[in-house]
Structure formats: structure tokens, C-alpha cells
Write a protein of this length. Structure first.
Length: 81
């Protein structure tokens, strides 16, 4: 259901920090109509809103902090990086 998809998306984004990842989602995966909203958000803004809680963001940001700084990304813009 919804919780499982959100957990899977968290794993996907965490994997994408380390290396490029391909996300394949077909109409057969649409168990709930809300899944399409997640896919739409990924395609339009690159992220699912409120996917990670505030307590989960720091480890993710820590993993990209070095690369983001090299790219000139400020700390406040790091989540979008």
C-alpha cells in the first residue's frame, strides 16, 4: 500500500545518492490512485513532498554535503540538491 511505496521511495532516493538509479513504474504498479501523485511529483519537482521526516533529512544531506559544497550549493539549498 501507500506506506510500502513511501518506504520504497526512501530507499530509491537513498540509493540515488551513491549512484544513478533507474526507477521503473508501470500501470500494473498502480495499486492505489494516490501512487500516481507520487510519480507526478517525482517527474515535476524531483521529490515527493514530506517523504522524509525532519529527523531523516540530516543523514541524507550529510551524504551529499561534500559534493553540494563543491557545486556551490549553500546549506539552505542542500535539500533541493
Amino acid at each position: 500500500g501507500d506506506d510500502q511505496l513511501r518506504d520504497d521511495l526512501k530507499v530509491l532516493y537513498t540509493m540515488a545518492i551513491k549512484q544513478p538509479v533507474t526507477f521503473m513504474f508501470t500501470d500494473a504498479h498502480v495499486v492505489e490512485e494516490g501512487f500516481l501523485e507520487y510519480v507526478n511529483n517525482i517527474l515535476t519537482v524531483g521529490m515527493v513532498p514530506a517523504l522524509f521526516g525532519d529527523d531523516e533529512k540530516e543523514p541524507v544531506m550529510g551524504a551529499v554535503r561534500g559534493r553540494a559544497k563543491k557545486e556551490g550549493i549553500t546549506e539552505s539549498g542542500m535539500w533541493a540538491f
